[in-house]
Design a protein around this ligand. Structure first.
Ligand SMILES: Cc1cc2nc3c(=O)[nH]c(=O)nc-3n(C[C@H](O)[C@H](O)[C@H](O)COP(=O)(O)OP(=O)(O)OC[C@H]3O[C@@H](n4cnc5c(N)ncnc54)[C@H](O)[C@@H]3O)c2cc1C
Ligand code: SF4
Length: 347
């Protein structure tokens, strides 16, 4: 389903970008609605970090909980009813979620509302919440603390080479422990990226055929070939405009963005999840049987062996890491300089 227009873009606010998964487009869309005393619906981690759930936010303080992708299926609860109540009361509402969640809301509402903006994320699948809980408990046991915060898309090593950042507390009383695990080494992320742990519907995703959102947002994977000047390593978004309402709100927030219009083909070349479902791996059913009988350690051994990179790739990554930390030491170099140097040295 082709959109009306397609953009590469990122928020000019660097802090917002660092705290977002891609280019922080969601934050600007949300701010637009909050400035109209509206309500923003999106996904936050529960307080115990064992699950993800939809919440309603009406101020900037609450926005911190919504920023960033949570890679597990979120609980909807009474969200659709609550959105309907807000709409009937005349409030502006921004609803964000996966394509199937946005389509689900639109079907529930059964009619259009001028005061509703729907944004979906391109999504190749939502992992099982039961697997996430098992992983969280495994991390708590291994590290001796309670999980208190999780960033699935930490950009410490860059936007493309992201990792998981986890904060645990009470080790012993009220001490904090911070973990950073690169996406190649984290067993949960590996099970997700290998598509073992997704919902059955994700392998035959109906939302790829019909998206009922006003805008779709995603990572602009492939930006380095399409618009290298928009690739500074801090995260670039792909935005697909699907309706007139979507274009109007995007025009409004565009003063906060660096952006470039691109063709649909260029935009989705590195992101097939926009138009096709992932292939159901042959191990998928056995994986789910094992998930209920095996310990997380056993699952890890069977399904998440760390990726083995060639010596060349490992050396390149090491050099990149050393150069980045050197640049930080010599005075917090600006990202453009940083990535300019990394580009010159081709690492
Ligand atoms: C399960 C999942 C799979 C994804 N797969 C892809 C992919 O294959 N390719 C791709 O390009 N992008 C994918 N994304 C989208 C991408 O990770 C970013 O969320 C998106 O680019 C928005 O980034 P941002 O910087 O604008 O805002 P952010 O601040 O990062 O925005 C986060 C937004 O995502 C929503 N969100 C967070 N977790 C969930 C969740 N569990 N369920 C529903 N909504 C959620 C929040 O409500 C908020 O609206 C996926 C996101 C999720 C949640
Ligand atoms: S892949 Fe499709 S069915 Fe699965 S969560 Fe994403 S939008 Fe929903």
């Amino acid at each position: 389903m082709k959109p009306e227009k397609v953009y590469a873009c990122y928020n000019i606010n660097k802090d917002l970008r660092l705290n977002s998964s891609s280019g922080a487009v969601f934050s600007s869309l949300a701010e637009y609605v909050l400035n109209k005393q509206g309500v923003v619906y999106g996904v936050a981690m529960s307080e115990d970090c064992y699950s993800a759930e939809f919440i309603a936010v009406t101020d900037e303080v609450g926005m911190a909980r919504l920023r960033g992708s949570k890679y597990l299926q979120a609980k909807i609860g009474n969200t659709f009813k609550s959105v309907k109540r807000n709409l009937i009361a005349g409030r502006h509402v921004l609803f964000t979620g996966t394509g199937c969640q946005v389509n689900g809301l639109k079907n529930f509402l059964e009619r259009d509302y001028d005061n509703l903006i729907c944004v979906d994320v391109i999504c190749h699948g939502a992992p099982s919440p039961a697997l996430w809980k098992k992983y969280a408990e495994y991390q708590e046991k291994k590290n001796g603390g309670k999980l208190r915060d999780i960033n699935f898309r930490c950009k410490d090593d860059g936007w493309v080479d992201f990792g998981m950042k986890e904060m645990l507390k009470n080790i012993p009383q009220s001490e904090e422990k911070k973990l950073y695990i690169s996406r190649d080494k984290d067993p949960y992320m590996q099970m997700f990226l290998r598509d073992y742990c997704l919902r059955p519907s994700c392998y035959e995703c109906a939302a790829k055929e019909e998206r009922k959102s006003d805008l779709t947002i995603a990572d602009f994977w492939g930006i380095k070939d399409v618009a290298p000047e928009m690739n500074d390593g801090l995260g670039t978004s792909l935005v697909l405009i699907r309706t007139k309402k979507g274009q109007e709100i995007f025009n409004y927030i565009s003063c906060e963005m660096k952006l470039k219009e691109v063709t649909y083909e260029a935009g989705v070349k590195g992101n097939p999840a926009e138009y096709k479902s992932c292939i159901r791996p042959s191990q998928r059913d056995t994986f789910f049987d094992d998930m209920y009988t095996m310990s997380f350690e056993e699952l890890e051994e069977k399904y998440a062996a760390p990726i083995k990179y060639s010596l060349k790739t490992r050396v390149k990554r090491k050099v990149k890491k050393i150069m980045k930390s050197m640049l930080r030491v010599i005075g917090g170099a600006e990202s453009n300089l940083e990535y300019g140097l990394l580009f010159v040295f081709r690492v």
